[in-house]
Design a protein around this ligand. Structure first.
Ligand SMILES: Cc1cc2nc3c(=O)[nH]c(=O)nc-3n(C[C@H](O)[C@H](O)[C@H](O)COP(=O)(O)O)c2cc1C
Length: 286
């Protein structure tokens, strides 16, 4: 299953790209509208991209009234990403979306490096969200915490149905001439190729710790990358930064993944699930 990473695709302006996905994940929505951070909010580095968008979004009321009905026209499963600054924010957002038949799953953004951390632990927020919705609930975690496996266990114990791994990691880019920070916020979230081995390790650790379904993301750009995330324990993968340079990535990665699977004697993506954890590291069936 191939999804987009939250905030990396606007399905309403690029519906053809969205239709190449198995489900569309919205940009994170918050209780009230947010303008986001001042420009400059994007910087390129040799190993990925830094962003400090700061959760710019129209707020939940406009999202439900204006955005969700239009997303429904795509006839794709819609995952709503939600973010807040307190347990009550998350619970309230989940309660509202629980009533909306357009939303198939809710992703809790617990890990945005560009806004203040929400008050309350991951366990408390997931528990509050769980009490507010019976929809499929995914906890999106960062690899920045020392032991993401333990955080994943806490999310699982609090009632998460799955995990989205990972969000960006804080990074800094300096203007080569002035040596001042390029982004208005100084630091931003690093995504793209540099994140990939870090994300892969997080998926590996969280599969081992929880066996929950996992949407793996972080620098995935090819079918080979996607295969590695499945082997590490992901049940689905999401494309983020690659969509900015290659909007055709969903179809391309899907085709490349099929070739990578076939080359290893694997019939379906599910056959690769968790393979990196097998006790017998012998060759794969041919
Ligand atoms: C421009 C931009 C905006 C993003 N906005 C969000 C967001 O609103 N909510 C969220 O959970 N993650 C957001 N992310 C993080 C991505 O969903 C994803 O976790 C991260 O970029 C790693 O995947 P990638 O390396 O394939 O891009 C954003 C990333 C980028 C680059």
């Amino acid at each position: 299953m191939i999804l987009n990473a939250s905030g990396c695709l606007d399905a309403l302006t690029a519906p053809d790209v969205a239709r190449g996905l198995d489900a569309f994940v919205t940009k994170t929505v918050t209780p009230r509208p947010r303008a986001g951070n001042e420009p400059v909010r994007i910087a390129e580095t040799e190993v990925g991209m830094l962003n400090s968008i700061g959760l710019a979004n129209p707020g939940i009321d406009s999202f439900r009234r204006d955005v969700l009905p239009r997303l429904a026209e795509l006839e794709l499963p819609i995952w709503a990403s939600v973010g807040g600054f307190s347990m009550d924010d998350y619970a309230d957002l989940c309660r509202q979306l629980d009533e909306d038949p357009v939303v198939e799953a809710i992703e809790l953004n617990l890990s945005c490096p560009n806004v203040a951390e929400p008050a309350g632990s991951v366990a408390e927020i997931v528990a509050a969200a769980r009490a507010a919705t019976s929809k499929n609930l995914y906890a999106k975690l960062s690899a920045a915490s020392g032991d993401v496996g333990s955080v994943a266990v806490a999310a699982a114990d609090a009632g998460a149905d799955g995990l989205s791994l990972v969000n960006t990691i804080r990074g800094l880019a300096l203007d080569p001439q002035t040596l001042a920070p390029t982004l208005s916020t100084a630091t931003g979230g690093l995504s793209g190729p540099a994140l990939r081995p870090i994300a892969l390790a997080a998926v590996f650790a969280c599969f081992k710790a929880t066996r929950l379904p996992i949407v793996g993301m972080g620098g995935i750009a090819t079918g080979r990358d996607a295969l590695e995330f499945l082997a590490a324990g992901a049940t689905a993968i999401a494309l983020g930064t690659i969509l900015f340079s290659d909007p055709g990535a969903p179809g391309r990665v899907r085709g490349e993944l099929a070739i990578e699977l076939a080359a290893r004697g694997l019939a379906e993506p599910e056959d690769a699930h968790g393979l990196a954890h097998r006790e017998d590291p012998a060759m794969l069936p041919k």
